[in-house]
Design a protein around this ligand. Structure first.
Ligand SMILES: Cc1cc2nc3c(=O)[nH]c(=O)nc-3n(C[C@H](O)[C@H](O)[C@H](O)COP(=O)(O)O)c2cc1C
Length: 401
């Protein structure tokens, strides 16, 4: 599967360094050529001998080796690799790369390479949440560095977000990246994600529980598959995916104008955002005072962005998300027809593991011909791939017409 692929596995000094052994073993088993580069601190956690045995290659640990090596080693390494994977990546190595520091062999290889770089950060939850680390990560993402998100769970010290995903998951991401499809190359895709927030007064707003995870996963996967992606996102705690044109918005009205002004120029619009169906009829200019009696909120229907784009649609592929807690299929088929969609992705948030905030989703895909495909419970990343498979197919058919 990875037989023609050359991978540098960079190991920095984190407690999860032991998992790097299994990552190297699995990459080798898939046929990749692997060269391990270790920081000095990484060698306190695992020995170069173990990794030399597993990678079947000399392990690189020094910038200035005593033994003569032919050529400039860090440049040769940087050019050799199809991918540089840093697993585990310490807060330190991420910070150094962000700052352009190249003071050991691993940081120097990372900074010298033109190959794709994938970091798998792993650390204590407080280190992970530290705004300095978060900002470093965001900065690097914007430059196109990839990050494998750490998991939430037991850490060497306490619990929380910061655990290195299992080797199987990391190797899966590597395989997906190196062998992945580029079927959306040359396509322009507009994705909406997250919730909208409708002000009631200067301090309160009406919103919903959408986290943005589904839409962000779609934007990220579409980018990886070669598309030019614009992500219009309502408020979300997620980091904007790298190399995506990111348009942050708050109100449904703002999302509407961001979508409308771009719709004519895209090949597909995937509306995964949870747009407010109702918006306050009146927005109070000052904070509404606390009262002893009941207060009534007057709401009016919000703009139906999908429906409007359905009317404006020419050649664009239009995908909507539908959230239903009962009669999902019947109601969604009606929406698909009413809004002139090509595909509708049906969610039911009451299904365990599906809906808001979680990393998994169970959806039903319904197309224009009324064909219904029920997908099993999958990660949102996998659901994103399946939705894009359909979009890719629809785009091909459109071109064939
Ligand atoms: C027992 C132990 C475990 C550590 N685990 C981590 C970790 O999981 N992640 C991290 O970023 N730093 C961790 N550190 C701190 C790093 O080792 C330290 O920041 C070091 O400077 C990293 O160097 P390097 O990035 O050059 O390998 C740990 C330190 C010790 C002593």
């Amino acid at each position: 599967m990875l037989s023609d692929k050359k991978i540098i596995v960079g190991i920095s000094g984190g407690i999860a360094a032991y998992k790097a052994c299994e990552i190297v073993r699995r990459l080798k088993k898939l046929g990749a050529q692997v060269i391990v580069v270790m920081t000095e601190n990484a060698q306190k956690f695992v020995t170069p001998l173990t990794l030399e045995t597993l990678s079947e290659n000399e392990v690189v640990t020094e910038m200035f080796p005593e033994r003569k090596v032919v050529g400039v080693r860090h440049i040769n390494l940087a050019q050799w690799a199809d991918l540089v994977l840093i697993a585990p990546a310490t807060a330190n190595i991420v910070g150094k790369v962000r700052a352009g520091i190249a003071d050991d062999i691993l940081s120097t290889v990372i900074i010298s390479t033109k190959s794709p770089v994938m970091f798998a950060p792993s650390m204590n939850v407080n280190m992970y949440q530290n705004p300095i680390f978060q900002e470093n990560m965001e900065y690097l993402k914007k430059l196109g560095y990839m990050f494998i998100e750490p998991e939430t769970g037991d850490l060497a010290c306490g619990t929380g977000k910061g655990r290195l995903p299992e080797p199987e998951t990391i190797v899966g991401d590597v395989v997906k990246f190196l062998t992945g499809k580029r079927d959306l190359e040359g396509r322009s895709i507009l994705v909406t994600a997250g919730r909208t927030q409708e002000p009631l007064d200067p301090v309160r707003y009406l919103s919903n529980r959408s986290s943005g995870k589904m839409g962000y996963a779609i934007a990220e996967a579409a980018k990886r598959r070669g598309a030019k992606v614009t992500l219009v996102s309502g408020p979300s705690s997620l980091a904007a995916p790298g190399e995506v044109n990111f348009i942050p918005v708050e109100k449904a009205k703002e999302m509407h104008s961001a979508v409308r002004s771009r719709f004519g120029r895209v090949d597909a619009l995937i509306m995964a955002a949870a747009v407010s169906d109702f918006v306050p009829s009146v927005v109070s200019p000052g904070k509404t005072k606390k009262k002893e009696e009941e207060v009534y909120l007057k709401l009016k229907p919000g703009v139906d962005i999908l429906k409007e784009m359905g009317k404006r649609k020419k050649k664009q592929i239009l995908v909507g998300f539908s959230l239903e807690t009962e009669n999902e299929i019947k109601n969604s088929k009606r929406k698909l027809a009413e809004k002139n969609l090509d595909l509708i992705v049906v969610n039911n948030p009451t299904v365990p593991g599906a809906g808001f905030e979680v990393d998994t989703n169970q959806v039903i895909l319904i197309d224009k011909k009324g064909k219904v495909e029920k997908l099993p419970l999958l990660s949102k990343k996998e659901v994103a791939e399946r939705v894009l498979d359909r979009v890719s197919l629809l785009l091909k058919k459109r071109r064939a017409k």
